[in-house]
Ligand binder design. Structure first.
Ligand code: GLA
Ligand code: ZN
Length: 691
């Protein structure tokens, strides 16, 4: 697929954006701080601020009385100082008067208890009243600021999440179900398998949301509820953006996602935003991950965010310049890590580096959260220096805006599949780890600098050479056929144990697992064995079965007992009563091949297996040479220039060789480089002309 540069996030600016959540309304009593903020923003190389995220009580202190003077002043100051505004709608939290007068807007928990006023993200997403209030304030903001020179994008609410179980939501859920099942209650009874435990419904009014003290074991029900929550949240969001679309049709709209947050299916939500944005808070330097493993896991999530809109650059809406206040241990970013982790976001397709938050507040629960400006109030801090360094780097990297990557590899990480896996009873409850499993399959590509898209199962597969689908437990209608088509026309497909068990309603496939994947994989999975943490099995691979593989590897957690039907057995189990039975198979199907890993093999196996596939399929690496441990290389391109991000997540100095290639280091300006020396947590961005 030919690469072309995307338009920048806003027509008003062609730069990479650098900034933070900015809460000037917390400093109304000391407006001199606002001027100091402007001075410091310039010093830090910041050109954007997200304003007004939780400002409702400052914007509408009493019902129907609006106060915009403070925001006028701030936006004018920002425009004067060439700082763009991403203006937020304030619905992430609401004024006390509103909850007091209209208690129906308060969220009801799963246990059917209504929350008191307080905290944030505490509203009902169905309440017509809350929707109306949101619509009024949003319209006022759009009317007032539609032509403001600072405005470049809308930040809708904040981190939508959670669910409400009030009567209004129950009614909405019932209507959603009626619509989904075309008014056919029998259809619902079948999809939810309600013959089980006498769960049949004979009237729509009997249906309600899952609850800890009510129904929560009907898997189709749980799935539909989660789908409803996504749809209802999107519906709420659509109500929020209506006045903005009407009054500011050219201003892009986004809402900040939360990585792999399970509560919302971001694949559905992404269709409704103009640009994807997300908040990233890795626990760098923890004592349980190696730095590079955590880095690879974060890259995986960055890749989801780029893939959500088919490769379109996204925004890193929040990250911390130093520490967070909510992790069990709030460790500072070590020297180098701030620039490195910011470059990492760019490397995977972000056109922004933004923080929570600009200035530390004096009170309340986030007063110790990292910020660009600390309580000391001046610029002479380590963190401010780190931020200013990122500001300088982003200026040098401006050409990267709008560029992207077209990987040859895709990994399926699917939200609905995750819901179904997490809900299943059986296997080993605490070791299914779907997300972590996908991340471990991703690592070899990261280590070798092979770009990857992370997609859901409804995406188009046809542009990839290799499609990896770990634990594809749920297979929605048409997916099996599309995978067959992909392999038939020459694609390579890898899947694992626990795939092809259930359909979109979480009903088991009849006639043998992996259901719709049986033909393409050429195997039948008869049983699955769960291993205790102290157990293990192994796989034995005869010499030469696959280049680069060793004779033996470990298998843990899950071992499926499979039959090779049309598939060829590459490796067999080493132990237990199923010793000698197939553990790894490959099936030639049309012009392509499908591999099946019947067990959860150790990471050594995955490294060798995927390295072998990368070689066999001649998958493109960003650099032609081997990367040293802990270093990855990622690429973005406009079809002519390639921007190569080389990042060292190890604590040692590394030298990266480019082989024949000569490149320019965009950060230092050095040209004609054949290698680069990276300090611990060091990064380089190279420009290479690709003819
Ligand atoms: C989230 C929120 C922010 C802030 C940060 C703290 O991402 O969106 O308002 O609370 O967490 O890490
Ligand atoms: Zn509700």
């Amino acid at each position: 697929m030919k690469i072309q540069r995307y338009e920048p996030i806003s027509k008003k600016c062609r730069e990479l954006l650098h900034g933070a959540d900015y809460n000037p309304d917390q400093w109304m009593k000391t407006p001199e701080i606002w001027d100091e903020d402007m001075r410091l923003m310039k010093l830090a190389g910041c050109n954007v601020m997200s304003v007004g995220i939780f400002s409702w009580s400052s914007l509408e202190p009493e019902e129907g009385r609006f106060e915009f003077d403070w925001l006028d002043t701030i936006l004018d100051k920002m425009a004067e100082n060439k700082v763009y505004a991403i203006l937020a709608t304030p619905t992430g939290s609401k004024p006390a008067w509103m909850s007091q007068k209209y208690p129906e807007i308060l969220r009801v928990q799963e246990n059917r208890q209504r929350n008191l006023h307080g905290q944030r993200h505490n509203h009902c997403f169905t309440s017509p009243l809350y929707r109306e209030k949101a619509s009024i304030i949003n319209r006022k903001l759009a009317e007032r600021y539609k032509d403001h020179p600072a405005l470049i994008a809308w930040h809708i609410s904040n981190e939508y999440g959670g669910e409400c179980h009030c009567e209004l939501c129950q009614e909405a859920f019932r209507s959603w179900l009626k619509n989904k099942y075309h008014n056919d209650l029998e259809g619902l009874n079948h999809a939810w398998w309600t013959g089980f435990w006498s769960h049949r419904f004979n009237d729509w009014s009997q249906l309600e949301s899952p609850s800890p003290h009510g129904e929560n074991l009907v898997h189709g029900h749980n799935l539909d509820w989660k789908r409803f929550v996504t749809d209802q949240t999107i519906d709420f969001y659509k109500n929020e953006i209506k006045p903005l679309r009407e009054l500011t049709p050219d201003i892009p709209v986004t809402t900040n996602f939360m990585g792999t947050y399970t509560g919302l299916n971001y694949w559905k939500f992404a269709k409704e935003v103009d640009v994807v944005s997300w908040d990233s808070y890795p626990s760098w330097h923890n004592d349980y991950d190696k730095a590079w493993e955590l880095a690879s896991d974060i890259s995986f999530v960055q890749d989801i965010n780029r893939s959500l809109k088919g490769g379109k650059p996204f925004m890193l809406m929040e990250s911390t310049p130093s520490l967070v206040n909510w992790q069990p241990t709030c460790k500072l970013k070590r020297p180098g890590m701030h620039l490195l982790s910011s470059i990492q976001a760019l490397a995977h397709g972000s056109d922004t580096v933004q923080y929570f938050q600009w200035r530390k507040g004096r009170g309340s629960s986030e007063k110790f959260h990292g910020a660009v400006v600390d309580h000391c109030g001046h610029e002479n801090t380590r963190v401010f220096g780190d931020v200013a360094q990122v500001g300088l780097a982003l200026k040098k990297l401006e050409d990267v805006v709008g560029t992207t990557v077209r990987p040859e590899v895709a990994i399926i990480y699917d939200w609905e599949n995750r819901w179904a896996i997490d809900d299943a009873q059986g296997f080993s409850k605490d070791r299914r780890n779907y997300e972590q499993t996908c991340k471990v399959h991703y690592r070899t590509f990261w280590n070798k600098g092979v770009p990857v898209d992370v997609i859901d199962m409804d995406c188009d597969f046809s542009n990839y050479k290799l499609l990896v689908a770990p634990m594809l437990y749920m297979v929605r209608p048409g997916v099996g056929e599309r995978i067959e088509e992909f392999v038939k026309s020459g694609g390579s497909f890898v899947t694992t144990y626990a795939s092809g068990y259930v359909d979109e309603n979480d009903l088991c496939f009849l006639g043998g697992f992996p259901g719709p994947l049986r033909k393409v994989t050429g195997i039948w999975a008869e049983e699955i064995d769960s291993l205790y943490p102290t157990d293990s099995n192994g796989i034995i691979l005869p010499d030469g079965c696959m280049p680069g593989l060793k004779r033996e590897y470990k298998a843990v957690d899950f071992c499926e007992l499979i039959h090779a039907e049309t598939a060829q057995t590459l490796g067999v189990y080493s132990k237990d009563f199923y010793a000698g039975r197939p553990a790894l198979t490959v099936n030639s199907f049309g012009q392509g091949k499908a591999w099946y890993m019947a067990a959860r093999f150790d990471e050594g196996f995955l490294t060798d297996f995927y390295s072998s596939l990368i070689a066999q399929l001649e998958l493109k690496k960003v650099l032609g040479t081997e990367l040293p441990p802990g270093v990855t290389a990622q690429v973005r391109s406009d079809g002519f220039n390639e921007y190569i991000f080389v990042m060292n997540f190890s604590e040692e100095q590394r030298i990266v060789d480019f082989g024949e290639d000569k490149a320019e280091d965009m950060l230092t300006g050095e040209k004609g480089l054949a290698s680069v020396l990276l300090k611990p947590y060091g990064a380089a961005v190279l420009r290479r002309v690709n003819c």
